[in-house]
Design a protein around this ligand. Structure first.
Ligand SMILES: [Fe+2]
Length: 263
């Protein structure tokens, strides 16, 4: 539990009740992030995400505890969350997802990283990922994704992470009100929320082969997003022969990146 991230964030240890020791300073950081992001997300995120924030009882006054979210999700969708160190192995990651459980890094960013942090922290994990875990169709996708990634094994992980990136992290969805976002990287970042909706980034209809061949960079706002029709359709896409599709994506090669290769 002493492993540190590049920015010096160490994993937190829970007490006997499973609660993490957040400080008064953490409470202020959480409250500031929560209030700012709630203002930024109206008309950006899909309704079920915004409803999920209320359903989970997330608010500006308290840093949420993983155990409380886990209990609520268990009752609502049979999903759950588990506190993990900031960096976990892909096998553990996929294993948790296949159990309908989402891994949650539990440290919270410091003030100097208020606007951007490369590592997923508690705000990204809880505010970004957990609201949609109140939605059964979304949880079905998460579970199916985990099962498939686990079955496919190491040689296919890289492409499965791409699929994860362009859906769970930065996915858009067509709604009756127009395109909205459901990805956690958009939900938890003001810059990404603005970028996804300002019309400057490319928005493509979701196509699995297209996604599998599209490279990404983790340290910039995204130049391209993919919009799904529904979570059900996304899950169905995973029922295809992924071995054959990923092999084909590998032999066709990657699309030319829409970003500079060098940082
Ligand atoms: Fe994430």
């Amino acid at each position: 539990m002493t492993k540190q991230t590049d920015n010096g964030y160490a994993s937190l240890a829970p007490d006997a009740q499973g609660c993490y020791p957040y400080t008064e300073d953490d409470r202020t950081v959480w409250g500031t992030l929560f209030t700012r992001q709630m203002d930024a997300l109206q008309g950006v995120m899909v309704d079920s995400y915004l409803e999920g924030i209320a359903t989970l009882g997330l608010n500006a006054g308290n840093v949420p505890q993983v155990v409380d979210i886990d209990k609520r999700l268990n009752r609502l969708t049979g999903a759950g969350v588990e506190g993990v160190p900031a960096l976990i192995a892909p096998t553990r990651f996929f294993n948790l997802l296949s159990d309908r459980k989402f891994p949650i890094a539990t440290f919270l960013r410091r003030r100097e990283h208020m606007d951007y942090i490369e590592e997923p922290d508690l705000f990204h994990e809880v505010f970004g990922h957990c609201p949609l875990l109140t939605n059964n169709a979304y949880c079905d996708f998460i579970e199916r994704f985990g099962q498939q990634a686990q079955t496919l094994g190491k040689g296919y992980s890289w492409h499965m992470f791409r699929l994860f990136w362009f859906t769970v992290e930065f996915g858009l969805i067509h709604t009756k009100d127009g395109v909205r976002a459901y990805g956690a990287g958009i939900g938890s970042s003001p810059a990404e929320a603005e970028n996804a909706m300002n019309g400057h980034a490319e928005v493509r209809d979701f196509d699995l082969m297209d996604v599998l061949r599209t490279p990404y960079r983790i340290d910039i706002v995204q130049p391209v997003y993919f919009a799904i029709e529904s979570f059900e359709a996304l899950t169905e896409a995973l029922d295809q022969d992924l071995v054959a599709l990923i092999d084909q994506a590998k032999s066709l090669g990657d699309h030319t990146p829409l970003f500079d290769q060098a940082a």
